[in-house]
Design a protein around this ligand. Structure first.
Ligand code: PLP
Length: 446
């Protein structure tokens, strides 16, 4: 069990701040809609490997990686060194000037993307990447109609939040885009819940065809997460997007694969989430963020040159692809590939999922996911989604020294997504802590 201990890294603040005072100040100056975890929020001061420490000197095993962002490990020496070396030379230059690390990273990502004749545009977040993808698709297709999946999440800008089909994440109805919602991301409820994989794919594809038959004019693109992240690590069966792509291709509609959570080998079996649907070929546009920077603010879009270049306008990005973020991301990507962290994600993910499934707790309706992207769906004694159980498990896990996330349409899914370098011992330790947290939450609810 991971007990509170002294931080091994001396770089924490010399004067630990008081979390109850800090949250008070935080609330006074930040938006009321900015979510903060825990009844007594944590200020993280530093990390190392798969562990982080808070301002009170408590150590936690990190099973959420700053929302799937610490992809390789905390304080990975290669990344820290690359960032420090680049920062000591020049911190910023903008896209008006050349940067060899930006070009090299773009070359590698274009190659890895699987998209033929690919070009890459760097942004500073997943939101901005999806915004750019939607700009490209709607410009290329000269249409402001888009398809999005029910239960999806693509960011918090005006455009991306406007296409999110869930009112708890998307309070505005003033989207600049006309959005049509497609079935397929969630199999646990709705009219298609009881179907086999093949029947589910056929039903969702027929629904898509029906939808397209009803709307007049062009549709620009379908944007979709291969595994819905904020939506609770839920997905349709393998091959769903291949079936969709055959329909989209007939209409000239582009497929945007939002790989912000599923990219870089996170799902173990594949480097990108779209590859679980590979028989129809790669998406037209792919967006990425989170893991590539290992915590540095980086996102981006990959698209066929014909689509990427369709804007025809002169534009810049002040911060996208900055020398520091691209130097750090290159070091991070090199480490990921050299150490086969995708393979580690597959092996350790299977181990961790197996341990959680074997616990066979009544509150756990399902342990699902792929690689180190594992969702644990919780229900109450009558089988209904239980957000209270998820919230309580989060608190107990924290007390035990384990950080996890939660999500899902009903807020009842625990999200497990540690750095991809997680060891077998850490997986076993984390499983033990999580099962104990679930038992405590279960005892509380009865
Ligand atoms: N797309 C997906 C699938 C996401 O999960 C997120 C964030 O969680 C985003 C886009 C937005 O990314 P960011 O928070 O970096 O703007």
């Amino acid at each position: 069990m991971s007990n509170p201990s002294e931080p091994s890294n001396p770089s924490g603040p010399s004067e630990p701040s008081n979390p109850s005072e800090l949250i008070h100040r935080h609330r006074a100056v930040t938006p009321s809609w900015l979510a903060v975890y825990y009844a007594e929020p944590i200020e993280l001061t530093h990390g190392e490997g798969r562990h982080v420490w808070d301002s009170q000197g408590r150590r936690y095993l990190d099973f959420f990686g700053g929302i799937l962002t610490t992809m390789t490990a905390h304080a990975l020496p290669e990344v820290t060194k690359a960032v420090a070396e680049q920062a000591s030379r020049i911190l910023h230059s903008s896209t008006l000037y050349l940067s060899s690390s930006m070009v090299e990273l773009a070359e590698q990502i274009a190659e890895l993307s699987g998209i033929p004749d690919a070009k890459v545009f760097f942004t500073t977040s997943g939101t901005e990447a999806n915004d750019a993808a939607l700009l490209l698709a709607t410009s290329y297709r000269r249409s402001n109609q888009v398809l999005a999946m029910r239960n999806s999440y693509h960011g918090r800008s005006f455009t991306t939040i406007g296409i999110t089909g869930n009112s708890s994440w998307s309070p505005t109805s003033l989207s600049p885009l006309q959005t049509l919602y497609v079935h397929g991301g969630v199999r646990t409820r709705g009219p298609f819940a009881e179907l086999s994989d093949a029947e589910f794919i056929a039903a969702c594809t027929a629904d898509l065809e029906d939808l397209l038959g009803q709307v007049g004019g062009n549709v620009a693109a379908l944007i979709a997460e291969p595994i819905q992240g904020v939506g609770g690590f839920t997905s349709g069966p393998d091959g769903l997007f291949a079936a969709f792509k055959r329909v989209l291709d007939r209409h000239g509609i582009l497929w945007i694969s939002d790989e912000v959570q599923t990219g870089w080998g996170r799902t173990g079996d594949h480097f990108w989430g779209w590859q679980a649907h590979a028989e129809a070929g790669p998406p037209d546009i792919l967006t990425f963020a989170k893991g590539i920077g290992n915590g540095l603010s980086m996102g981006g879009v990959v698209a066929r040159a014909e689509v990427m270049d369709c804007l025809g306008a002169n534009s810049i990005s002040t911060f996208g692809g900055s020398p520091v973020t691209t130097a750090g991301a290159l070091a991070n990507l090199r480490h990921l590939l050299d150490h086969d962290l995708q393979g580690n994600s597959r092996r350790i993910g299977a181990l961790l999922s197996g341990l959680l499934r074997a616990a066979d707790l009544p509150m756990v309706r399902e342990v699902r996911g792929r690689g180190l992207m594992i969702g644990v769906e919780l229900v109450d004694s009558s089988g209904e989604p239980s957000a209270a159980a998820a919230a309580s498990t989060l608190e107990h896990a924290r007390e035990l020294g384990l950080l996890i996330g939660k999500g899902g349409l009903a807020g009842n899914v625990l999200r497990i997504a540690p750095p991809l370098s997680l060891t077998a011992e850490e997986a076993a330790e984390g499983a033990e802590l999580l099962i104990e947290a679930l038992r405590r939450a279960q005892a509380e609810s009865t």
